[in-house]
Design a protein around this ligand. Structure first.
Ligand code: BG6
Length: 478
């Protein structure tokens, strides 16, 4: 990890994007308030819209007000922040715009030599990433083009490419312009406190790991459910669908964290080696097996959303049964479900253990009623619960499930950082552990491509808004 630098400029491509408004400006603003940013920091927004410096500063203020109700925002604080905000209008395809960006950076550079640290943040659709990176290189802003001591890094938002081939192409393009340690493929799930805690839970406690395998575990269920639809992202969803939006990244990263082997040490590469091995070991999806291992759904009314085709076959829900073909997990099903417009918003991982060999305590048919479980609730609650059977009070010996629960809110008082606070600081510090390495991105795409081609041509099953998803999800569990 590098030391906190004394200066730093972040250049946000997609300055007017939803992500910048909801996550990047609020995180940067708060990091600045808390004194976590380098003393000399600057934020340059880059976008297509024609905006003056003043318009941009006023718009960022409005965005903070609108999107971040809890933020400590007043005019004096904002003034100090907005003095560091700049805007460059640029058509991403037009190389002359990048020369203008270069000049702006030079003008803002204290030594007028561009020796400071620069972090490029691509908050843009995936197909623009190679274009932007090539143009940065051509303008002399690539990672290898700085000989004056400052670093140049790049954060690339998900989805990283749209399939294996485009991800490989993007890796090849970016790899020519930035070295791997300067490329930060972000998946904000890896910045969530309860997600980071999965590894700590597993490897800092002696009692769980010996049980963490096919010998004791019956199945693992990962759920990423949201009670809202695609919001105003119709155009994006039509291109992406849920498999690309959530399964390829957030869901597979949760699976890797739960299933990985203990790393050699806590270096970024040791941890990422183990995650990559899990992804590599996922049993390939074949069209003949897809019928009972993949289910795609679409919520009723999706086709009436803005920018969505009236005959769209894009999925807003996916349930997939994965197997990991290695010694630890052979034949243990991993049920992974994610969907929009479901009954409630909840991200969880449920590890269900095998039943005891002999069930003395009735009712006999219901071992699964009290099967031991470890339940990670990632959000909205941030808890870990252990479920076990206990005797129901009374004369009869009947067991009921009960829970021992750890809750972040009651066990810790420190206000946590959001994923974007944390991951921005990690990128500035050069800490790669919670960013996705090139090989894992490619393994994940290979998995999602195989799922997509296995179900190619099938219609997603419709499900009612605020339901539990398509009814035939039961087939995945059979
Ligand atoms: C984003 C997806 O990456 O993650 C969205 O594009 C999804 O579709 C969001 O809603 C979920 O993030 P979180 O942190 O709210 O669970």
């Amino acid at each position: 990890m590098q030391e906190k630098p004394d200066n730093f400029t972040v250049v946000i491509f997609g300055a007017n994007s939803d992500l910048a408004a909801r996550k990047l400006y609020p995180s940067l603003y708060e990091l600045a308030q808390w004194g976590h940013l380098p003393d000399e920091y600057r934020i340059i927004g880059v976008g297509r819209a024609a905006l003056s410096q003043e318009d941009f500063r006023a718009q960022v203020y409005d965005k903070l007000l609108r999107n971040s109700p809890g933020i400590m925002l007043d005019e004096v604080r904002y003034q100090a922040f907005s003095d560091r905000l700049f805007y460059v209008r640029l058509d991403f395809f037009d190389t002359s715009g990048y020369t203008a960006l270069y000049r702006e950076l030079l003008d803002l550079s204290p030594d007028r030599a561009l020796s400071e640290h620069i972090l490029f943040y691509l908050s843009t659709p995936p197909d623009l990433a190679p274009v932007i990176v090539r143009n940065l290189q051509q303008a002399g802003l690539g990672g290898y083009s700085n000989s004056l001591g400052g670093w140049r890094k790049i954060i690339v938002e998900k989805p990283y490419g749209r399939d294996l081939q485009t991800a490989r192409e993007l890796n090849a393009v970016i790899g020519k312009v930035f070295s791997e340690e300067c490329i930060f493929r972000i998946d904000h799930y890896l910045g969530k406190e309860p997600v980071q805690n999965i590894m700590v839970f597993r490897f800092s406690n002696g009692i769980f790991e010996p049980l963490w395998s096919r010998n004791y575990i019956a199945n693992i269920e990962i759920t990423i459910a949201e009670d809202f639809g695609i919001r105003d992202r119709g155009a994006f969803y039509e291109e992406a669908g849920l498999l690309r939006d959530i399964m390829q990244n957030h869901a597979l990263q949760l699976l890797a964290a739960v299933a990985m082997e203990p790393p050699v040490d806590l270096s970024a590469d040791s941890v990422r080696d183990e995650k990559a091995k899990v992804l590599r070991s996922i049993r390939p999806f074949l069209p003949e097996n897809a019928g009972d291992s993949v289910l795609l759904g679409q919520y009723e009314g999706y086709r009436s959303e803005k920018h969505v085709a009236q005959d769209s076959l894009v999925e807003t829900y996916a349930a997939v049964k994965f197997y990991i073909d290695n010694w630890r997990w052979k034949d243990v099903p991993f049920f992974v479900k994610a969907g929009k417009n479901l009954a409630k918003t909840e991200t969880s991982i449920v590890i269900t253990f095998k039943c005891p060999p002999q069930n003395y305590f009735g009712p006999a048919e219901s071992c699964s009623y009290i099967a031991n479980q470890v339940i990670f609730c990632i959000q909205p609650e941030e808890t870990i619960a252990l479920r076990f059977g206990a005797k129901r009070p009374g004369e009869a010996v009947i067991t009921d499930p009960v829970y021992m629960k750890f809750d972040y809110k009651t066990s810790f008082t420190e206000a946590g950082m959001t994923p974007y606070h944390r991951l921005l600081l990690d990128a500035i510090a050069g800490e790669q552990m919670n960013f996705i390495r090139q090989d894992s991105v490619e393994y994940s795409w290979a998995i999602v491509d195989a799922i997509r081609s296995a179900v190619d041509g099938t219609f997603p099953e419709l499900y009612p808004v605020h339901s539990h998803g398509p009814e035939s999800v039961v087939k995945i569990y059979s």
